[in-house]
Design a protein around this ligand. Structure first.
Ligand SMILES: N[C@@H](CCC(=O)N[C@@H](CS)C(=O)NCC(=O)O)C(=O)O
Length: 222
């Protein structure tokens, strides 16, 4: 597979786009980055909507094309940096394990956290409904934590033998679980240990340092 040209990542610090940002930095591929400031709703500018009609980050432009959805972007990066072994090749069980994790992060963990951080996205404006959605989000997240903990038992890396793009995603979602807006999260020693392993990687620290220039966010064990 030839190295893609003209890659640009659209991201916001500590958003789910951090997973793609880490994967790109790990990949050794050349890329540019462009911040989309969610605080000032730049994601709803017509110019950005032309790039990503859902108004969300991440988006990865690849020449004239644009790829959205964290799972798809991580898969693309993994496949185009094959010498870095960020995603196992087709046929290898570790590849499907990585997909299993990425889909679980996207379809379950991310949506549960969103229902806590931004309950009105699901609840509308009724305060009782907002409180109920928030509470259910906390319950759902606790169940997801139990699943993550079980699946990570005796594993250093999510997909199996080595770091993969799935670990970048687990790292970001772990950071989110430490947010003070969440009423309670069960202990998650396996997930935390994995996140700390990811944090040891120089590419991860480079990306976080760079993102923090625009929005300072904490790393829980720092
Ligand atoms: N399913 C998408 C979700 C992307 C998403 O929700 N991104 C958030 C940041 S973490 C966003 O851009 N939100 C802006 C908004 O909804 O206004 C993915 O997995 O990439």
């Amino acid at each position: 597979m030839t190295a893609p040209k003209n890659l640009t990542l659209f991201y916001f610090p500590r958003a789910c786009s951090l997973a793609a940002h880490i994967a790109l930095e790990e990949s050794g591929l050349q890329y540019e980055r462009r911040i989309v400031d969610l605080r000032t709703h730049k994601n709803w500018n017509p110019e950005y909507l032309a790039t990503n009609p859902s108004g969300a980050v991440p988006a990865l432009s690849i020449g004239e094309a644009t790829l959205t959805e964290t799972h798809a972007i991580l898969t693309y990066i993994g496949d185009h940096a094959s010498s870095k072994n960020l995603l196992a090749p087709p046929g290898d069980l570790e590849r499907y394990r990585a997909h299993e994790w990425m889909n679980f992060m996207s379809s379950s963990v991310h949506t549960y956290v969103r229902s806590i951080f931004r309950s009105s996205v699901y609840a509308g404006e009724d305060n009782d409904v907002i409180a109920a959605v928030y509470a259910q989000g906390v319950t759902n997240l606790a169940k997801a934590v139990a699943i993550v903990e079980t699946r990570l038992t005796d594993l250093d890396w999510a997909a199996g033998s080595q770091f993969s793009v799935a670990d970048a995603y687990l790292f970001v979602m772990y950071l989110w679980t430490t947010d003070e807006r969440i009423a309670s999260v069960p202990p998650r020693p396996n997930w935390k240990a994995l996140a700390q392993r990811v944090w040891q990687r120089p590419a991860v620290q480079r990306v976080v340092a760079l993102e923090r220039r625009d929005r300072n966010y904490g790393i829980p064990w720092e």
